[in-house]
Design a binder for this molecule. Structure first.
Ligand code: PLP
Length: 499
């Protein structure tokens, strides 16, 4: 094992070589022998910490072919059939989300004026694209004002008589939403974090109170409310139907960030978890997550096929009016034909194939949670709704100590537990066999009303080769690290005394 510091010392040459240095075969050997061993083995079934995992090997072939074709879907002239395939696959996923009529899809599948969605480079730009549309809808043209896209944000606020605009999302919202607010000139402090309940879903009363409070001030407006279908940290799904109804009632744009959980719609067994998603004005889904595609690809879908006209751009040499040029309504200019990979992958897997993977992950996460509940050195923090769970290394003695004591002492004990989990996660990662990730759940609410920031170990179960046996190995290793830490402690921490 070589440290990152040592590695970085090997890569300090800042000169471009003038003459060829190596043949292709040498470059490839170097990649295989010297680079790959120091990359992260995300395909290992012991690597269960992130949303990046093993991909089916056929994806590599598909990616190679797409690269070889080198189509550029920014315009028809450099992609031809690929542009119409993209429109077709967009319609297929749109149908998965919105289940509109056959007539609707016949009208729009190859319509050159409307768009059902767009491929992006990931969830971040998918969310940005959705909020771009939402912003332009709110700050729309009115007499004397040509719209925010043309006149800019200062004039937009003046014309609409506004001082501030807001985006509402739960505390567990992805940080890409704050980036989007920054880029769109809304200001990221205007992304308001709404409280979550014990299941880490948005607190509806807090949401409604916040909406009402903003609405009381005529100089404030809401650009969008966002529901999360699978939060990045805990996998929790917000009550989408209720949020959708609240938005409908208040005429607010409703976006669903289903970057993680979107593909759950393919599972007959679990699609009900995303009930209400069809009320969304737009939906983000990542392809490089649960569509198991190679890095990096995302998508955003719009309920109304004309919404994307709010972000339409033309130019004289490409993207001419009325053409099929997909670049007319996309943040990206030149881009790869990712739609071909998704189209082929769906043909190979079928929705049933994907559902097998998704169901397996959800059910394995449940077994994982049961295993944690059985063990006395662990405590479950968030039980899995989808295939993500968080927990802590936390001996029973500390769990008990936390129960009946003052808030001050609880904070202290919690800090000890947080430190312990930081150490366990780091030591396990450094020893190189297994990997779970670590996050801080800010303002985590415990059953007994105690609220604090908690450091948790986070697992994402998406690799079908990960089994409950492997999970037990990982937990055993964590338990061993805990005992080792206890043993090594020089200053005997009174709190972590074992019974
Ligand atoms: C991963 C994720 C994103 C960001 O997606 P990228 O592909 O990393 O840009 C946004 N929202 C949620 C809920 C996610 O899980």
């Amino acid at each position: 094992e070589i440290s990152l510091k040592k590695l970085s010392e090997q890569f300090t040459d800042t000169h471009l070589n003038k003459h060829p240095e190596k043949k292709l075969k040498d470059v490839i050997s170097c990649l295989i022998e010297n680079i790959a061993p120091h990359a992260v083995n995300v395909a290992s079934p012991y690597f269960i910490g992130h949303m990046t995992s093993a991909i089916p090997f056929f994806m590599v072939h598909l990616k190679t072919i797409v690269s070889a074709l080198n189509q550029n879907v920014v315009k028809l002239e450099t992609s031809k059939v690929v542009s119409v395939i993209e429109k077709q696959v967009l319609a297929k996923i749109h149908r998965l989300i919105y289940s509109n009529t056959d007539m609707f899809y016949q009208d729009h599948v190859q319509n050159t004026v409307s768009s059902l969605g767009v491929f992006t480079e990931g969830g971040t730009t998918a969310n940005l694209s959705a909020l771009w549309v939402a912003r332009n809808q709110l700050l729309k043209p009115i007499p004397g004002f040509e719209g925010v896209e043309i006149d800019g944000i200062a004039k937009a606020y003046a014309a609409h008589g506004l001082d501030e605009c807001f985006i509402l999302v739960s505390k567990r919202g992805h940080y890409s939403l704050r980036k989007a607010a920054g880029v769109l000139g809304i200001g990221n402090k205007h992304v308001i974090p709404i409280d979550v309940n014990l299941k880490h879903q948005i607190e509806l009363t807090h949401l409604m109170n916040t909406i009402n409070e903003i609405k009381r001030n005529p100089r404030k407006a809401i650009i969008a409310v966002i529901g999360i279908a699978g939060t990045t940290e805990t996998g929790s799904v917000d009550p989408l139907r209720q949020i959708g109804e609240i938005c409908h009632q208040h005429h607010i744009y409703f976006h669903v960030d289903a970057a993680w959980g979107g593909p759950t719609l393919m599972s007959e067994k679990y699609r009900h978890l995303l009930d209400g998603i069809s009320l969304a004005d737009s939906v983000t889904i990542d392809c490089h997550k649960q569509f198991y595609m190679p890095m990096s690809c995302g998508m955003v879908y719009f309920k109304d096929p004309y919404f994307m006209n709010a972000i339409e751009y033309h130019s004289n040499y490409v993207n001419r009016m009325g053409s099929v040029d997909l670049g007319i309504k996309s943040l990206a200019g030149s881009r790869e034909a990712h739609s071909l990979i998704l189209d082929c992958a769906i043909k190979i897997m079928g929705t049933k194939g994907y559902a097998l993977l998704i169901d397996y992950g959800i059910e394995l996460a449940k077994k994982f949670a049961q295993e944690i509940e059985k063990r006395k050195y662990f405590r479950l923090i968030t039980s899995p709704e989808l295939n993500i769970l968080t927990y802590q290394v936390c001996p029973e003695s500390l769990q008990l100590a936390l129960l009946n004591t003052t808030v001050e002492e609880k904070k202290q004990i919690n800090a000890t537990i947080n430190e312990l989990n930081r150490s366990v996660q780091r030591i396990q990662r450094e020893s190189g066999k297994s990997f779970v990730s670590r996050t801080v759940l800010t303002a985590h609410r415990f059953q007994d009303g105690f609220v604090d920031d908690v450091v948790v170990l986070r697992c994402v179960l998406m690799n079908p080769m990960t089994t409950i046996t492997i999970i037990n190995d990982i937990l055993n290793e964590q338990e061993a690290i805990f005992h080792q830490l206890q043993h090594e402690r020089t200053d005997p921490c009174t709190l972590v005394k074992e019974n």
